[in-house]
Design a protein around this ligand. Structure first.
Ligand SMILES: [Zn+2]
Length: 202
């Protein structure tokens, strides 16, 4: 069977503390992002405890969209297309957020790319699920300098990353949207740590 093209995930913008070990209360982050207008009406919380929201009135002035014209849809319609914002509960340890857009990560010591990064991660994964169960703490060995470091310490650039607290914005094609400085400053104020971003396509 050839999967339908429509089944491919467009992608998501992932906001994350630059230090993957940092974590913050998801409700506090959501409250602060509601105050600046990034998020709007609440959607039902998922069984996994993920808080979900429609976009808020200031969404378009906190996130810069590039390229073709973007339609946010009708934010008040329950089934409207357009971005959705989710706050998973913080995890006890960093989780990896990688996908089909992810490229070889770079060594934290010498910046050499590790072409076969997925092989060692899959070998260390406890379940068969391809990307969800990849162990962020699995050790990756640098072919360039011999450094051995946990996967979450490697540099995935804008093509993946790791964290305990994340803000997920679906559906965003990789590179199509980026948080403006005001949004990153608001996250920093509400959590006390610096934030960055990357993209993930399931
Ligand atoms: Zn290295």
């Amino acid at each position: 069977m050839i999967p339908a093209l429509g089944a491919l995930h467009t992608g998501r913008l992932v906001l994350v503390p630059t230090d993957p070990l940092q974590a913050a209360d998801q409700a506090t982050i959501a409250k602060n992002l509601e105050a600046i207008g990034l998020i709007g009406a609440a959607l039902p919380t998922t069984a996994a405890g993920e808080l979900r929201f429609r976009i808020g009135p200031a969404f378009g002035s906190l996130i810069a969209f590039t390229g073709c014209a973007v339609s946010f849809g009708d934010a008040d319609a329950a089934d409207s297309p357009g971005p959705r914002i989710a706050f998973p509960p913080p995890s006890a340890a960093p989780r990896l957020f990688v996908g089909r857009n992810t490229r070889p990560p770079r060594c934290p010591a010498c910046r050499a790319p590790l072409r076969d990064w997925l092989g060692p991660l899959r070998a260390a994964a406890s379940r068969a699920d391809p990307t969800e169960s990849l162990e962020a703490a699995a050790s990756l060995l640098c072919p360039g300098c011999g450094t051995e470091a946990c996967a979450y310490q490697w540099d995935f650039g804008r093509h993946g990353g790791a964290g305990r607290s994340v803000v997920l914005i679906d559906e965003v094609f990789p590179g199509e949207a980026a948080p403006l400085p005001g949004l990153l400053r608001a996250l920093e104020r509400s959590t006390g740590c610096a934030w960055g971003y990357f993209y993930q396509q399931d």
